[in-house]
Design a protein around this ligand. Sequence first.
Ligand code: NAG
Ligand code: NAG
Length: 303
Amino acid sequence: MGKRAFLIVHAFFVLFSFGSSKAEMVSAVYVFGDSLVDVGNNNYLTLSIAKANHRHYGVDFPTHKPTGRFSNGKNAADFVAEKLGFPTSPPYLSLITSKANKNNASFMDGVSFASAGAGIFDGTDERYRQSIPLRKQMDYYSIVHEEMTREVRGAAGLQKHLSKSIFVVVIGSNDIFGYFESSDLRKKSTPQQYVDSMAFSLKVQLQRLYDHGARKFEIAGVGTLGCCPDFRLKNKTECFIEANYMAVKYNEGLQSMLKEWQSENGGIIYSYFDTFAAINDLIQTPASYGFSEVKVPVVDWVS
Ligand SMILES: *[C@@H]1O[C@H](CO)[C@@H](O)[C@H](O)[C@H]1NC(C)=O
Ligand SMILES: *[C@@H]1O[C@H](CO)[C@@H](O)[C@H](O)[C@H]1NC(C)=O
């Protein structure tokens, strides 16, 4: 989701922030999701074609080099970490590689499981050949949880650490893109049924996080997906209404699911990030964000 993500990312990180007073209470940041928050996992997936390892990715990053982020510069994961006073949580696949090399990397300092192309459902990644769907990101987190239990020599100490950690979850766009790309999916369910089952499946995965100690969550809705370049190309640069409608419906379902989920489990604190409103504001008033063009995908491969 290269180009699509590119558009979404900017407004997302500008508005995605925490109060600084929270920072002192936070012990680490664990990140789950798709290309909006991938900080390099996909570079370790040999089969994946969703890799931000070439120009112009990273041009505005401090190193000016591609970093595996689907962005010209820092992404939402970087800004969340920065606001909390932490370095960005490193990609899980980089950590296990360095652990194999006997480096002293600790999962206690935060981990990113995010992977471009990932969806709430398995299989959104077919288009990109390989990614780490949310279910598998949670599987990896269970492994990490086991290892951290050993590292801190006990469940109680780990629980203290985890209940003060922030769990960031940014996912769902690829599932909705997938719906429009698959006539099978469209035959099987109406848009409303599909987004309802997205919210339900996400709840199952969030519960796994809760059952493994997570208590504080930052959960993002999806943006104005119908205004992504791919869709605009099909409608004379105007937005594709049906995809935006689905995004709105999913976000509604997500918000009621989160309330319900919170009421069913003790001790959950979450904040919902309204990505749709943020991106919509950017599209309506691009100049105030420093953008001059938000409709026409500009392909500029001049070196
Ligand atoms: C690894 O780092 C942790 C803290 O970052 C420290 O507590 C531990 O002793 C270190 N282990 C080794 C083998 O250096
Ligand atoms: C294309 O854009 C126009 C103008 O915003 C809108 O009225 C129309 O519904 C769009 N078409 C589709 C298929 O979304």
